[in-house]
Design a protein around this ligand. Structure first.
Ligand code: IP8
Length: 248
């Protein structure tokens, strides 16, 4: 059973302050991942290690090689923190950097070789991808969100479980968490899908729901849950139905 887990940048970092990692949360999540062994691809968001930099350099609308380098370097440093925490638990993680493995076209993944991460999983490795800057063959520079990576990989690799840990309990409407959401419900709740606190260049909850509804078109159900609540990452990895299901 192949699982894909994304942990949002708002869980791992303080999105209001540049480069501030929540080290205790990174350790806790690594621990919860280690408590649910099995085939897994991990993706994480950029949080305050990417969105603030991207905004400063005018990415993705401006092609700025220095901005690409600075933003990438920063996200890689968050990736290294996460990979270190995972490797302490003998999860055999390896970083996979989208900048050098993804080509975008107008902001969407035009090419990426999913067989690399699949081969890692087959060999007992835990691939750890992240939201990143990338080259865009039409626009020059681009940003590939962790959410788009999840949607792409889940579709290409036919993942059995797709779960996104955020700092919210799920998709909210009128103050309560929705059990499920399908494409037809989107117009009803669109106004409520705001951005969370801090900087975000990839659309916050709105971007996330959009990517997962895209994935749902291929018949794949995914879940958005609160990864800041202790025990939830492990429960979601075990297939427990928490948060909001995004359904076909
Ligand atoms: O945090 C964004 O990835 P996300 C990547 O998954 C950058 O949306 C570089 C801002």
């Amino acid at each position: 059973m192949l699982r894909i887990l994304k942990i949002g940048g708002s869980v791992l970092t303080d999105k209001t302050t540049e480069g501030s990692a929540k080290l205790g949360e990174i350790e806790r999540i690594a621990e919860e991942v280690s408590a649910s062994p099995g085939d897994l691809i991990l993706v994480h968001g950029a949080g305050s290690f990417g969105h603030i930099h991207a905004q400063r350099f005018g990415l993705p609308s401006r092609f700025d090689p220095i901005g690409l380098l600075e933003t990438h370097r920063s996200v890689v440093s968050l990736n290294s923190l996460f990979v270190s925490a995972l490797s302490k638990r003998d999860l055999f993680p390896l970083p996979v950097h989208p900048l050098s493995s993804v080509l975008l076209d107008r902001g969407r993944i035009a090419s990426m070789d999913p067989s690399i991460v699949l081969e890692m999983v087959k060999r007992g490795i835990l691939p750890v991808l992240h939201g990143d800057v990338a080259l865009d063959r039409s626009l020059g520079s681009g940003i590939v969100s962790g959410d788009q990576l999840v949607s792409y990989l889940a579709r290409e690799l036919r993942s059995d479980l797709v779960i996104l840990g955020t700092a919210a309990d799920g998709v909210m409407s009128r103050g309560r968490v929705l059990d499920r959401i399908a494409a037809d419900d989107l117009s009803m709740i669109e106004e409520e899908l705001g951005a969370g606190p801090g900087f975000d260049v990839t659309g916050g909850m709105r971007g996330k729901v959009g990517e997962l509804l895209d994935l749902a078109q291929y018949g794949v159900t995914s879940r958005i849950f609160n990864a800041t609540v202790e025990g939830n990452v492990e429960a979601a990895l075990r297939g427990q139905a928490i948060g909001t299901a995004v359904v076909p």
